[in-house]
Design a binder for this molecule. Structure first.
Ligand SMILES: Nc1nc2c(ncn2[C@@H]2O[C@H](COP(=O)(O)OP(=O)(O)OP(=O)(O)O)[C@@H](O)[C@H]2O)c(=O)[nH]1
Ligand SMILES: [K+]
Ligand SMILES: [Mg+2]
Length: 422
């Protein structure tokens, strides 16, 4: 097993730079640089030197003997002055030590997984945590990284094991022709488990947190869509003129409001007739946006917007409101109603996002659980031999979530998501 090292903190220059070393040669490498191996698990000041005695940096070093470490291996951490040349010099010195090499992206985490320090869903949570940009993303990822999903799947697994035992008992006691009957509460146990997993699958998917809730501004030309887009985002990104048909391309901006990830989309004004082919293409794009919107804000005549759209009375500084509730009255010019509209958008958006603090399933996890549910739904209708096999498949699906059963391809794809040094 190679000993790996990498800069685990952000790109230099920075206040400090943390270089991590993991593997069997970590202790020798640290002792070589620092002159001696410091006491375990204590931050110790040390002058780091090359093998020829020349000084590299004065640093804080930490010696973490395995297996109780992040990777499960011996680990050393070097907290360096965060300059580019300092980091480069220390990395060069490390690369010169036999048995040491630069880590691949995600290789520390992959070793943690290989050594049983974390399971696969925890690793996925960790990847999401590093990518989290909003408060909601952070909370959801932290729950998964902390093992919330793994614990749930383990509980399901225990139940399937108990069900399997019940089937085995029936198979053992039956003779060749008559394998006996499954107990009544067996059927109940299977369907209760299937229902519980189905409820998890019905939750909003984890990707919603990553992609954001799409909020689309819609309405006829000159309704004030681009002005409202700019007012909501406090930007002048969208072009505003008094010429109908100004916006052609859709314009989108990601924005987090109260920790809620959103994507605000401005679209071309929709009208039935236009002789301008470019405007017609813009209208087609607008209609495609309405179709994939989570929330449509309709700035046109009452009741004429896409189904389910939220009615907006715009330009209320110049024209009287005339719409019946529910609607929002806003003015991009004076800012009136903007805060209230944001509050509405955030409230609606939260309904399509995973509940904060509750575990949301990613696509891979959903696909795996869907297979499990299909087996459970069919399982109790068949004879005990087939039921036993179905339950084995269900257990295998759970193992795919936690990584007890995993393929190299899957691991490459997951750990490749991490940066070098993680
Ligand atoms: N008084 C007032 N004028 C507004 C308000 N919002 C927009 N306008 C004016 O209405 C006209 C059209 O505004 P836009 O924001 O370009 O409207 P739009 O819906 O994006 O138009 P298209 O992109 O052409 O479909 C411009 O002259 C704006 O200055 C408002 O709240 N109050
Ligand atoms: K316009
Ligand atoms: Mg516009």
């Amino acid at each position: 097993m190679d000993t790996i090292f990498a800069l685990s903190s952000g790109a230099p220059p920075a206040g400090i730079a943390v270089v991590r070393i993991s593997g069997p040669e970590a202790s020798a490498a640290l002792a070589g640089l620092a002159g001696r191996l410091p006491a375990p698990r204590h931050a110790t000041a040390a002058t780091l030197r090359r093998s020829d005695g020349s000084e590299l940096d004065r640093a804080l070093v930490i010696w973490l003997p395995g297996p109780g470490t992040a990777t499960g291996e011996d680990v050393a951490e070097l907290h360096l002055h965060g300059g580019r040349a300092v980091v480069a010099a220390v990395e060069n010195a490390l690369a010169a030590i036999p048995g040491l090499r630069h880590a691949e992206p995600g290789e520390f985490t992959r070793r943690a997984f290989a050594n049983g320090r974390i399971d696969l869903s925890e690793a996925e949570g960790l990847a999401d945590l590093l990518a989290a940009e909003t408060e909601q993303q952070r909370r959801a990822a932290l729950a998964v990284a902390g093992g919330a999903l793994s614990r749930q799947v383990d509980r399901w697994r225990e139940r399937v094991l108990a069900l399997s035992a019940a089937v085995e008992a029936v198979l053992d006691f039956g003779d060749e022709d008559d394998v006996g009957e499954l107990p009544g509460d067996f059927v109940h146990g299977v369907s209760a488990l299937a229902d519980e997993i189905a409820a998890w699958l019905a939750r909003p998917p984890a990707e919603r947190l990553r992609d954001g809730v799409r909020v689309v501004l819609a309405g006829p030309p000159n309704a004030g869509k681009s002005s409202l887009f700019n007012a909501l985002l406090e930007t002048d990104a969208a072009i505003v003129t008094d010429i109908p048909g100004t916006t052609r391309d859709t314009l989108e901006r990601p924005v987090a409001v109260d920790g809620t990830p959103l994507v605000l989309v401005d679209t071309a004004g929709v009208r039935a007739k236009t002789s301008d082919p470019i405007e017609a293409m813009g209208i087609a794009r607008a209609e495609a946006e309405f179709a994939q919107a989570d929330i449509v804000l309709w700035l046109g005549p009452e009741g004429e917007g896409p189904a389910g759209a939220f009615e907006i009375d715009a330009k209320i500084d110049t024209q009287a409101g005339r719409k019946s509730a529910p609607f929002a009255a806003v003015s991009a010019s004076t800012g009136e109603g903007i805060a209230r509209l944001w509050a509405y958008i955030v409230r609606e958006a939260r309904a399509v996002l995973p509940v904060p603090g509750e575990v949301a399933l990613n696509r891979r996890q959903r696909e795996v659980l869907e297979v499990a549910i299909d087996e459970l739904r069919d399982g109790f209708l068949s004879d005990p031999l087939i039921v036993a096999e179905r339950l084995r498949i269900v257990r295998h699906q759970f193992d795919r979530i936690t990584g007890r059963a995993s393929t190299e391809d899957m691991l490459d794809a997951l750990f490749g998501r991490f940066c070098i040094g993680k």
